[in-house]
Design a binder for this molecule. Structure first.
Ligand code: ZN
Length: 249
């Protein structure tokens, strides 16, 4: 029964403008969901691929979390969401894992890929970053697979909300912040009121304040209320220095 909900991109037609790849269901909602929603509102086709279903989590079964992630994806107006159901908390960068993800990228054909930042406390997050980068590279190799067209994303952004690093840029998500919180609270098993594990899990008010404080911090860096930070490895080009936003003084 689990097999008939959210898996790989087999039934997907067309191509994506933006694909966010994350280790766990609800990572995107905490790190770059506002940007995903803003881009969807602007008319881009967005998708999310979660690599694990959170089977090591204290609360909720993988089936529940995948169903919750589908609801959260609707709030973020994604056109597609998948889950590869790789093992939670023990994600490994193997040839077969990289090949599977590369084939997903060939099928989804995103122009922009958002990955987790490459360092962090949780091994799944930095491993997802590494697997994601290498899969984006592999995906562009013609001889990887005879049946599918090669595809290499134009841009890779690293979502750095979990990492205490200076971002390359910040996206204004002031208009999307509350809906991003609504998407996060679709994960009832994680953020609902349950007796089991109650001492371990802060309540919704606390989560809202905590994520609000993080988004306020990054928003403040660009002179808006709420922001989401990203890092890119390559230099950014500017064509019009007169039109640059964000005041200096
Ligand atoms: Zn995570």
């Amino acid at each position: 029964m689990f097999d008939d909900i959210l898996s790989g991109s087999a039934g997907f037609e067309g191509s994506l403008d933006i694909l966010a790849i994350a280790a766990h269901p609800d990572d995107v909602e905490q790190t770059c969901g506002g940007t995903m929603l803003r881009m969807a509102e602007a008319g881009y086709r967005t998708g999310i691929l979660d690599l694990t279903a959170g089977d090591m989590g204290t609360r909720g079964t993988p089936e529940t979390r995948v169903r919750e992630s589908e609801a959260a994806g609707s709030v973020l107006q994604t056109v597609w969401r998948g889950n590869l159901r790789w093992p939670d908390a023990r994600l490994e960068n193997t040839t077969s894992v990289r090949m599977t993800l590369a084939m997903e990228i060939r099928h989804l054909r995103p122009r922009v890929v958002i990955l987790p930042y490459w360092e962090g406390r949780h091994p799944d997050h930095y491993r997802a970053s590494e697997i994601g980068y290498e899969a984006c590279f592999l995906s562009g190799l013609r001889k990887l697979d005879e049946e599918t067209e090669p595809h290499r994303p134009h841009k890779i952004l690293y979502s750095s909300s979990y990492a205490n690093v200076t971002p390359s840029f910040v996206v204004d998500i002031t208009m999307q912040f509350e809906n991003r919180m609504a998407a996060l609270f679709c994960y009832q098993s994680q953020y609902g009121k349950l007796e089991e594990g109650a001492a371990l899990f802060p309540d919704r008010q606390e989560i809202h304040e905590r994520l609000g404080a993080v988004a306020r911090f990054y928003g403040n860096l660009i002179g808006v209320k709420y922001g989401e930070p990203f890092v890119v490895k390559e230099m950014q080009r500017v064509d019009d220095i007169v039109a640059m936003p964000v005041r200096s003084i």
